[in-house]
Write a protein that binds this ligand. Structure first.
Ligand SMILES: [Mn+2]
Length: 373
């Protein structure tokens, strides 16, 4: 049995540009820590080799600290590590792949054409190719076939299977290409929220190691792949292991009938507890529902005291409980205001609607003599 750790889309030294500088710095360190945890796992769980399917680095800017960490971890692993550069870290002539001297157990697929390397002491051949520029419009396995079907044949690369992202400039590989190529397992990278493994686990996206934005929800990690091969018949099992320190989550909370900021805070805290979110969670929460006319939700106060979460983002999409029919004919300034804002309040554009609702609500509070800011 061959045991493989399949990772990719690590994006080391990512800027985490969606976060403020304090949280971004913490996240950069956590990303390095997740990588270290994964490498510790590889050393201690009997992994035979590591496949890194592209975008190990987020870009051309790499810190000294990250380079030192990588070299140390790869050296300590001792067993083979195969890296296929991706669209974020292509093996161009002036790239990190030419500047750093990697330990001998690290094999980098620097060419955009297919090549292979045998794993010492194991009946395993690893095929791969790398991006050499930001785009790779060809499919290097096209019209190729594994040389010896009796060996465990692996493919590692960064590519875009159709139906996943559907871009033609990120190596548009198809299931037919992979079938014809005949690898026992294709370790793919590029898709951060991976679909289910394809063709009985013959190909799989590992997903990113640490999420970096709210469109990459849930725990993240790497794949542990076990392959048994008898003759030319192999069986593959894939296990996802979490290594991410944090998880991004998105949610919606209906605050129907609520009248005070205290009610809202309590509801948010209950939502967090119910979902078992905690210090490891970055939550983007959309507040909905029809609430008391007088309630102006202080989203900043909620975000500044985030119910035990690492980070809380609140979007207020609630609607004030207003009697529209009455306001249509209301002769006071409230009615006039409503009639002016009505087209925007009823707009199909969510953003326009939210701004209009907020404006109306602030105005109602101001008219009622309440302090809103
Ligand atoms: Mn990519």
């Amino acid at each position: 049995m061959i045991k493989i750790l399949h990772t990719g889309d690590v994006h080391l030294d990512s800027a985490f540009s969606g976060l403020d500088s304090r949280h971004a710095e913490i996240r950069r360190n956590e990303l390095r820590a997740a990588f270290t945890s994964m490498m510790t796992y590889a050393r201690t769980a009997g992994v035979d080799l590591i496949l890194i399917a592209g975008d190990l680095f987020d870009g051309g800017y790499i810190t000294r600290e990250t380079v030192a960490l990588l070299l140390r971890e790869f050296e300590r692993f001792e067993k083979p590590v195969f890296i296929a550069p991706g669209n974020h870290d292509p093996a161009s002539s002036d790239s990190v792949w030419t500047k750093i001297t990697f330990p001998e157990n690290v094999h980098i697929f620097r060419e955009s054409s297919l090549s292979s390397a045998d794993v010492p002491d194991l009946p395993v051949t690893v095929y791969g190719f790398g991006f050499t520029a930001n785009d790779l419009v060809t499919v290097p396995v096209e019209n190729m076939h594994v040389a010896d079907p009796s060996r465990v044949n692996l493919l590692v690369c960064h590519c875009d299977m159709p139906g996943v992202k559907s871009s033609t400039k990120d190596c548009p590989m198809t299931a037919e290409h992979l079938d014809a190529f005949g690898a026992d397992y294709a370790a793919l990278g590029h898709i951060h929220n991976p679909p289910a493994p394809g063709h009985d686990g013959r190909w799989c996206y590992c997903g990113c190691l640490e999420a970096r934005a709210f469109d990459e929800t849930g725990p993240k990690g790497a794949c542990i792949v076990e392959i048994d091969k008898t003759g030319t018949t192999s069986s593959v099992t894939i296990k996802k292991v979490r290594f991410s320190k944090r998880r991004y989550e998105k949610g919606e909370l209906a605050l129907t009938g609520m009248a005070t900021q205290a009610d809202v805070r309590e509801a948010v805290a209950a939502y967090v507890a119910q979902n078992r979110y905690g210090e490891d969670t970055l939550l983007s929460l959309r507040l909905t529902g029809v609430v008391a006319q007088s309630l102006v939700i202080d989203t900043e106060a909620l975000e500044n005291s985030p119910c035990g979460l690492f980070l809380l983002r609140v979007e207020d999409a609630t609607l004030p409980d207003i009697d529209c029919a009455a306001l249509e004919h209301d002769p006071t300034i409230t009615g006039e205001l409503y009639r002016i804002l009505k087209p925007s309040i009823e707009s199909d554009d969510i953003r326009t609607r939210e701004v209009a609702v907020r404006a109306f609500r602030y105005a109602l509070s101001a008219l009622a003599g309440e302090k809103t800011f």
